[in-house]
Design a protein around this ligand. Structure first.
Ligand SMILES: Cc1cc2nc3c(=O)[nH]c(=O)nc-3n(C[C@H](O)[C@H](O)[C@H](O)COP(=O)(O)OP(=O)(O)OC[C@H]3O[C@@H](n4cnc5c(N)ncnc54)[C@H](O)[C@@H]3O)c2cc1C
Length: 400
C-alpha cells in the first residue's frame, strides 16, 4: 500500500470522525477518495459508543472556560470556536437529535451513543470516505509532498495534511494507551505531566467497611491535609475499593499532585451543622427513636449505624461526622479506569484557532491528545468535536 491522500486523519474517535465529516462537507468539501481515517483498533468510534454509560453525554447547555483545565488563553479561543461551530447544531444537521436533562447534560434523544456513531459512519460511507482499521500509526515523517505515515506493520501511506486525533492515555481498552503522543513529540512538541482524570478514588478501607453500594448526594471538599483544594456537589457511591460517582470524578484530577489528599464529605448539604445538632437533640429528648437509629431518615440507615459506631450518643460529634466525614485517599484506580487524561501535548505550540502545529506546517493536533481536559458532563466530547471540526475547516482552506 502506498497511496497519496489529500488528508489523513489519524484516529477514528470523537475528534477524528467529526474532522472527517467536516472535510467532506460544506465549503471547499473534499472528495471521499482524498480522505482517509486510519484507526488502530478493529473499529472506529469504540470509545464514543461507551460514553455516558452508553447513552452518550455529548455536550452541555453550559460551556465556559470554568469547565476546562489547561492554558486559559487556549481555552478561551476554543470557546470562541465552540460558539462559531455550535457542535450540537452541527450534529443536528447530520440528523443526530439531542435533548438536555435537568442538570444540563446533552444526550441523543435515543439515549444510545451507538446511534450517534451509526449516523456518523453512514454519512462517511455515503461520501465514500476511506477508513482503514487495524492501522496503528507509529511514525509520521514530513517530506516535500506532505507526510509519510508508517504503520506498526510497516505499511506506508502519504498525505498532504495530517490530523492527529489519536486521543490520550485514559481507557486503553479503546486504543488509547499513551503510546501515540510520540507521533507529536517526534516533531518537537512537548508533553506535560499526565494524570488520570474523571476516575474513581481508592481510600482507606476501615472507615467505609460495610458501606459498599450506598449512594448519597453530598457536598465534597478535597483537602491536602487541612488545606482546601477543590469542592464539588453530586452523587457519591461507596465501593469495595473506596468511592466513585460524579462528585468524586469532579475532584479526582487533583489527587495525584497532593501530599495528603483527604475527602471531607458533607452528607446533608442542605442542613447546617447547628440545625442538625438541634434535630438530633430533639430526637434524643423525645426518646422513641432508638439511639442506634438516631440518624434514620437523615442519612442512609447503614451509614447512620456506622456513624453511631464511631460517635456513640454524642450528638455534637455525630453532627460533625455527618457534616465532615473524613476519608483519606490512597490513590486512584489509574488510567485504565479514567475517562480522560489530564495533561497532554502542550498547547503553546498549537494555533488555537486552526489547531495547526506551530512547529510543523500541515500537521494538526486535536482532541484529548492536547493538554486540555474538561469536567464530567459532556465537556470532553465537546472539546473533541469542536477541535476536530475547526481543524478540518482550516485544512480545507489551506488546500483550496
Ligand atoms: C468510559 C468512558 C465514558 C466517557 N463518557 C463521556 C461522556 O459521556 N461525555 C464526554 O464528554 N466525555 C466522555 N468521555 C471522554 C471522551 O470519550 C473522550 O475525551 C473523547 O472521546 C476524546 O476524543 P478523541 O477523539 O480525542 O480521542 P478518542 O475518542 O480516544 O479516539 C482516539 C482514537 O485514536 C485511535 N488511535 C490511538 N492511537 C492511534 C494510532 N497510533 N494510530 C491510529 N489510531 C490510533 C484510538 O484507537 C481511538 O479510536 C468518556 C470516556 C470514557 C473512557
Amino acid at each position: 500500500m502506498n497511496k497519496l491522500f489529500k488528508v489523513a486523519v489519524l484516529g477514528g474517535g470523537a475528534s477524528g470522525l467529526l474532522s472527517a465529516v467536516e472535510l467532506l462537507s460544506g465549503d471547499n468539501a473534499l472528495s471521499g477518495k482524498d480522505v482517509v481515517i486510519l484507526e488502530r483498533t478493529d473499529r472506529v468510534g469504540k470509545k464514543l459508543v461507551a460514553t455516558g454509560n452508553g447513552q452518550g453525554n455529548l455536550s452541555n447547555v453550559k460551556i465556559s472556560i470554568d469547565n476546562y483545565s489547561g492554558s486559559q488563553s487556549f481555552i478561551l479561543s476554543f470557546i470562541e470556536n465552540f460558539k462559531r461551530i455550535k457542535p450540537v447544531l452541527y450534529l443536528k444537521n447530520l440528523g443526530i437529535i439531542t435533548e438536555a436533562d435537568e442538570t444540563g447534560r446533552i444526550y441523543p434523544v435515543s439515549r444510545q451513543a451507538n446511534s450517534v456513531l451509526d449516523i456518523i459512519r453512514q454519512y462517511l460511507l455515503s461520501k465514500n470516505c476511506n477508513v482503514i482499521t487495524d492501522f496503528k500509526a507509529v511514525g509520521v515523517k514530513a517530506d516535500s509532498i506532505g507526510f509519510n505515515i508508517i504503520s506498526e506493520r510497516g505499511e506506508m501511506l502519504t498525505a498532504e495534511k495530517v490530523v492527529l486525533a489519536v486521543g490520550g492515555k485514559a481507557a486503553k481498552q479503546f486504543g488509547t494507551d499513551g503510546t501515540s503522543y510520540a507521533l507529536a513529540t517526534a516533531f518537537g512538541h512537548k508533553l506535560t505531566s499526565l494524570y488520570p482524570s474523571l476516575v474513581q478514588l481508592k481510600t482507606e478501607k476501615e472507615s467505609i467497611k460495610g458501606l459498599k453500594g450506598i449512594k448519597h448526594n453530598v457536598a465534597l471538599t478535597l483537602t491536602d491535609g487541612e488545606k482546601p483544594v477543590k469542592t464539588a456537589t453530586g452523587d457519591l457511591l461507596f465501593t469495595d475499593f473506596g468511592v466513585s460517582g460524579n462528585v468524586v470524578f469532579k475532584v479526582s484530577d487533583k489527587v495525584q499532585i497532593l501530599e495528603d489528599p483527604t475527602l471531607n464529605i458533607d452528607f446533608v448539604p442542605s442542613i447546617s451543622e447547628a440545625v442538625l445538632v438541634n434535630i438530633l437533640k430533639r430526637r434524643k429528648e423525645q426518646g422513641f427513636i432508638p439511639q442506634k437509629e438516631l440518624l434514620n431518615g437523615i442519612v442512609h440507615k447503614k451509614l447512620g449505624e456506622k456513624i453511631f459506631a464511631l460517635c456513640g450518643n454524642d450528638v455534637i460529634k455525630t453532627a460533625k461526622a455527618i457534616k465532615c466525614f473524613k476519608l483519606k485517599v490512597v490513590g486512584t484506580l489509574g488510567f485504565d479506569y479514567a475517562q480522560t487524561t489530564k495533561g497532554g501535548i502542550k498547547t503553546d505550540d498549537i494555533n488555537p484557532e486552526t489547531f495547526e502545529s506551530k512547529l510543523q506546517k500541515g500537521l494538526y493536533i486535536v482532541g484529548e491528545m492536547l493538554d486540555v481536559d474538561g469536567e464530567c458532563g459532556g465537556y470532553n466530547l465537546t472539546f473533541a468535536f469542536t477541535s476536530g471540526i475547526a481543524a478540518a475547516k482550516a485544512v480545507k482552506t489551506a488546500l483550496k
